[in-house]
Design a protein around this ligand. Sequence first.
Ligand code: FAD
Length: 458
Amino acid sequence: MSLDHVSALVSILGDESRILTHPQMVERLSRDFYWYSPVLRKQLDGKVGDFVVQPLNAGEIQKVLRYCQLEGVPVTARGAGTGNYGQAVPLHGGVVLDLARMDQIESIGSDGVAVCQPGVRLGRLETEARKLGWELRCYPSTIVKASVGGFLGGGSGGIGSVAHGGLRDFNTVRALEVVTMEAQPRVVFHEGDAVHDILHAWGTNGIISRIWLALAPAVEWSQCVVAFDRFDAAFDFSERMATDASWNKRLVTAFEWPIPSFFTPVKQYAPEGKHLIFFLVSAQQLAMMEEAARQAGGAITYSGAYAGLRTLPLLSDYTWNHTTLWALKTDPAYTYLQCGFDPATVRDQMRRLRERFDHEILFHMEFMKNGSGQVVPGAIPLVYYTTEERLNEMIGFCREIGVFVANPHVNNVEGGGRYRADNVQLLAKMRYDPKGLLNPGKMITFRAEAVAATDSTR
Ligand code: FAD
């Protein structure tokens, strides 16, 4: 760490308490949940920033970025550090820009649009929105901890996506402001299609400093667990509920046994050997849904009101990528994939995976609406990890049989499966971060020399 940089930034911000240099603190704020992946664990263990800076507003971000641009110091943005792919882990030291203190909700309008700073925790936004008759359209299962800025920077969807699609669909992110890392950093407003320049770019092409997020009208939800003797029956019923638009739901997750056995705190709702579905459905439709489940051969092992994020049990705590966490607690050899199955051939795809890999892969299905409005079977299957070769063989086989894989075992935007084919994220990086100092190494198609060459021909 260069002490010169620290003292320069202390005098720029005029507040020593917001520059953190204690090695343990810096290490903690340089990590995320990359260790879910045995492949990333090898690559990223020990990578840390040099020190942490905690801005309070966009003006301070501009000042920090101006200094770092001039001095050639890398800057890695951090929300709450709950990302899974080492997105927030600095590969080349430098500043960890911790946005947790930028946590103001500016407004939640009668039009259902929240305006907030990036460090606002999603759980707080959900709670405040519900007081006013709104709720998040979609959120990760890490809602309590994760930040709005980090969700835009590195997340994709989650609970609610079965009804409202992912974060990048249906104009959910109405607009954002982003601070550039030019010699004179600007605050640039992006709205409509232009938000995609910045979404899911892992903080490589600007620092999001303000967000306009569209909400949905709040619903009174209920939770329900249904158990089936056979996984195909559980999957059929979950698919029927997910794809039938007359059911008002926020979550439809199907787990094959033994996954439910990993959910220690809710074991009493997971009978031995049974395959489960976890639902969040409108309270009004609960009784009707339970009846439909019984007719399909299911048994209701739990149902109850949902009263916000403090509800116990909170079924969403076992879904999306929390499922992997429970598996890892049971056996550290588990890891995961992120898949999109073909709605027309999903059963055949699952059969072929089972034939080829037996119980090395365990099915955990999540439904989500895609950008064209079709509800499709996504999945975050568990994988019993043995070697990287075997994992890659599984990924290769998935792709061979038409299963889309957003590979969670790579540490760059391009490899993760959500990179835009039209290169808008890269083009924004070339404009906003010509020296390549924002989260360097994570957008591998970027070449600072290419920007310099373009500039010299202008
Ligand atoms: P961070 O991890 O801090 O950052 C994520 C990325 O965004 C990093 O690249 C960072 O540099 C960048 N970033 C942060 N703030 C900014 C900013 N202001 N401007 C620009 N870039 C920024 N994800 C899902 O999408 N759906 C899920 O259901 C889901 N479930 C999860 C379950 C578990 C148990 C875990 C560990 C992770 C899960 N995730 C999920 C991943 C992660 O929790 C979410 O994507 C979350 O929204 C990330 O928010 P964060 O504040 O922790 O971001």
